[in-house]
Design a protein around this ligand. Sequence first.
Ligand code: F6P
Length: 324
Amino acid sequence: MKRIAVLTSGGDAPGMNAAIRAAVRYAIADGMSVCGIQRGYSGLLQNEFVEMNMRSVSDIVQRGGTVLRTARSREFMTDEGLATAVNNLSSHGIEGLIVIGGDGSFRGAKNLSECGIPTIGIPGTIDNDLGYTDYTLGFDTACNTVLDAINKLRDTMSSHDRICIIEVMGRNCGDLALYAGIGGGAELILVPEIKMGIEEIVGELRSYRDKGKYSSIIVLSEGAGKAPELREQIITRLGASVRATVLGHLQRGGSPSCRDRMLGADFGVKAVKLLKQNIGNRVVGVHDGKIFDMDIMEGVAVKKVFDYDLYNMANVINNSTVNS
Ligand code: F6P
């Protein structure tokens, strides 16, 4: 394979730039030429191709977001859209494609592979909601962003004996809430995978208060509820001073952590190595610290398993009132 392209698709995630940079530089060093496609599959349909060289990915490894920009495209998912995409790739002499994104982006990658364009998926999303890989690009940075918010909110909440609800992203996956909640010592972690009713939540907070603990941090995954609503419910039942913070898109930005930069580099290089061997229709991932690849649809089909052991551990170590 002599000429490949790379695009980012779906929600951006810190570390995408590190993956783009690694893929571009490794491919060029290996004798290939590389095109960047702007704005994901939308840009692919609109012929937004840019020639990349070693310098075009300078000064980006430390930046969040994606220099190629990103988009969600409905048109690409139609038969006509797919035909246009294949035609545009062929007319630019593209023999293989790297797609950095989440599961929706991977389905598009699979369609392109079936149309004869070998395509490799790199998992990029802060949600960590792909079952086939231990970690996705951007998750570690987002965890650290949430952690920073917890630390700051903890200062003011404990000074005022307040309860704070921090709503975090993650769609239907509670990993971001779980990991950041453990790191930040949150007294309650509410995730979509484990249903906890309002009476149970208030019961917990009441038991903390009965033991002299008036300030608590609740990390609420967006898939488990809305912070302003939960705030009202707690105030009504407990009469406590409660504040709610929705972190929102703050969690998507920021300079990638070292771990996300390393992962981006490893994923980018692995994707190029596969294409070099004319291998497509694969996703790359990491398991037990090792980079691997597997069939796209098999990867997408792997069910995400929530780590109940980790959740149970958090309940014990983050609760200072147990047996006190
Ligand atoms: O998938 C990443 C994510 O940030 C989710 O955590 C969140 O629910 C969603 O995207 C937000 O999407 P948008 O950027 O379209 O508002």
